[in-house]
Design a binder for this molecule. Structure first.
Ligand code: F6R
Length: 618
């Protein structure tokens, strides 16, 4: 949901800011803009469209040569349609102050009316322009410096923000602040240069030292001098904690692949291995997870586990429900975070809440966590992004270690989330004695084979490409699965929808006869997950029902399957594994299929329309 970036130091700011925007484009790509200060004048350029469009329009501009200080923005529109005027950065009325903003100012209308009555005029429809004028008004009235004005102004706004503000009258500083939206500050050597960004990726080649602002903090960054961090509410100075970044440049580049999505699909064997590495010793039957080990009584005495998440992470949560109930015999409820937070749910201190989020920044999931905490529940996070808001807000947690996921459509996040949930379920089963020692060891040994099995499974790519060619012009698709693979059907349908814009629905296979079967005719491709364990015979019956209504069947089966092969139009085989781990395999061909169909249709796979990677608005 919008990416912001900035630089203040001794290098040319333009390439740093523009490259930073490219790396943050996964956060939003409705419009892009940049401001540079050349020591005398502000140069500002912005446009509807992508960062590449911004680059084109700045080609001949002085702005490229201007200055050692700059800020930039890539937008996911909230207030105001995506057009040039609503693009960031925004000027204040006087033209002295400039802002970029990620988030939403909820009471902007009231503030706007008040400022209008005091003579302010507004060019855009954005809440951000209101905020920069509020800062200007406070600065004027209080006769204070920029940092103080930002702090006072922010105490009057309701909403979420990560902002970077520049003041032409004090050109050697940037003021940044956050509440609900992330900000990382890269600290260069000897305090000579600083980088600001929504995540650390824009400055990874310049410094490994980063400060992650906490919610409710503001930083005044002065060239050659350093950073002062203060609490927005109290103005109290706090110590800034400098962390060493684990990220490297290779992880955030495409590495020879055409798109991040396909790179990330191929990274799954390694990502899953990295996720369980050091956490299990299959032969000894040992599972070590600090976040669980340190809080075992909470889990073992829990009345139930409530899983909260959104989108793909919610689908992983559904797989988690099957895992926890089947292995550890703990009742589980899986909730959309966005519903849970507004539903006045019944939660007690005997509940354990597991929040799942790749980005660790999803606003609804964050709000659900806060609600659960306020009712006394113990909240455990399963996040990918280290140091993210959700990772910090939860009582304990386990990282997925998938590495940066940049393609907007989630792939390796899903399979690594399932890996973490599998380990937790097995650990709890072990502690509760709901699975025998042999069964746990067997599960762990089987899990250990998954990375190699995925590696081999990826070789089916040519077959999936062929199937993609056959069905790329479908306008509707059904995805069916049962048990552990019902969530995979949902996830398969979501992947297709979001990157190819083909309408697709996932259903529990047996639900089909209660309605969706009416849709089936010779034009309806139906993707059915029919692995050999679980409810195989039942799914075979469902396949027969589709076949007798002339539907096209693309089945995902276990190696060696005979029955489904005879009925289905196309068959994709996955290696043999425990039923509980089949989602880790069945999801792979569905990811590949969505990818190829989207590529064949000429869609922007990594940046599908209207979406953004990190959903920091509710
Ligand atoms: C789908 C997708 C989204 C996210 C959802 C939650 O491919 O990426 O549905 O899964 O926005 O995001 P996180 O996991 O970051 O909380």
């Amino acid at each position: 949901m919008c990416g912001i970036t900035g630089y203040i130091g001794y290098r040319d700011a333009y390439p740093i800011v523009i490259n930073g925007l490219k790396r943050l484009e996964y956060r939003g790509y409705d419009s892009a803009g940049i401001m540079m200060y050349d020591g005398e004048n502000i140069h500002l350029s912005k446009t509807k469209g992508k960062v590449s469009d911004l680059e084109k329009i700045t080609e001949q501009e002085e702005l490229r040569k201007a200055g050692k200080i700059g800020i930039g923005h890539t937008r996911w529109a909230t207030h105001g349609v995506p057009n040039d005027t609503n693009s960031h950065p925004h000027f204040s009325e006087s033209g002295d102050l400039v802002i970029v903003h990620n988030g939403i100012i909820e009471n902007y209308d009231t503030i706007k009316k008040e400022l209008t009555s005091r003579g302010y005029t507004f060019k855009s429809d954005t809440d951000t322009e209101v905020l920069i004028n509020l800062i200007e008004e406070v600065k004027k009235n209080e006769g204070c410096k920029l940092g103080k004005a930002v702090q006072l102004a922010l105490n009057n706004v309701i909403g979420a923000y990560a902002i970077a503000v520049f003041d032409k009258t004090k050109p050697n500083e940037l003021v940044v602040a956050r509440l609900g939206s992330p900000i990382a500050i890269g600290v260069g050597k000897e305090n000579k240069e600083f980088f600001v960004a929504s995540d650390a990726s824009p400055f990874i080649e310049f410094t490994k030292d980063a400060i992650y602002l906490e919610d409710g903090e503001l930083a005044i960054i002065k060239r050659d001098k350093g950073i002062k961090v203060r609490k927005i509410e109290t103005d109290k100075e706090v110590d800034a904690d400098i962390q060493e970044l684990q990220l490297n440049l290779e992880q955030i580049e495409k590495g020879g692949f055409d798109h991040f999505m396909i790179k990330e699909i191929h990274e799954q064997p390694k990502a899953i291995l990295d996720t369980y590495r050091g956490r299990m010793l299959p032969n000894e039957g040992i599972i070590k997870m600090a976040g669980i080990d340190d809080n075992l009584p909470k889990f073992l005495n829990a009345d139930r586990i409530i899983i909260v998440a959104c989108g793909t992470s919610w689908h992983a949560g559904l797989v988690g429900e099957y895992l926890f109930e089947d292995m550890a015999r703990i009742p589980v409820e899986v909730e959309y975070a966005s519903e849970f937070r507004y539903r006045n749910p019944v939660i007690t201190s005997k509940d354990v809440v597991i929040a799942i989020s790749q980005s660790g920044e999803t606003a609804d999931t964050l709000a659900a966590i806060k609600l659960a905490k306020s009712k006394g529940a113990f909240v455990f996070g399963v996040c990918n992004v280290v140091g993210s808001s959700i990772a910090r807000e939860t009582h304990a947690g386990a990282y997925t270690h998938a590495g940066p996921e940049i393609g907007v459509a989630s792939t390796k996040a899903f399979t690594t989330q399932i890996t973490v949930l599998s380990l937790i379920a097995l650990k709890l089963a072990q502690e509760k004695g709901t699975l025998s020692k042999t069964a746990v060891n067997n599960y762990l040994q089987t899990l250990q084979q998954i990375p190699n099995q995925i590696e081999k499974l990826l070789e089916i790519d040519p077959l999936v490409q062929h199937i993609s060619e056959v069905y790329m012009h479908a306008t509707n698709c059904l995805y069916l699965g049962r048990g552990f693979n019902f969530p995979v059907a949902l996830e398969g349908a979501l992947k297709l929808k979001e990157i190819s814009y083909i309408h697709a629905e996932g259903y529990p296979a047996a639900e089909m006869k209660h309605g969706p079967i009416a849709l089936i005719d010779e034009n309806m491709p139906v993707f059915v997950i029919a692995t050999n364990k679980g409810h195989y015979e039942k799914v075979v019956s469902n396949i027969q029902e589709i076949k007798s209504r002339s539907g096209k069947i693309i089945a995902i089966v276990t190696e060696g399957d005979v029955t489904v092969k005879e009925i289905a139009d196309h068959v994709i085989e996955i290696p043999e594994t425990e039923e509980a781990f089949t989602p880790l395999l069945t999801t792979i061909p569905l990811q590949l299929l969505s990818y190829h169909i989207a590529v064949m249709l000429g869609k922007n796979v990594d940046q599908p329309r209207n979406l953004a990677k990190s959903v920091t608005v509710e």
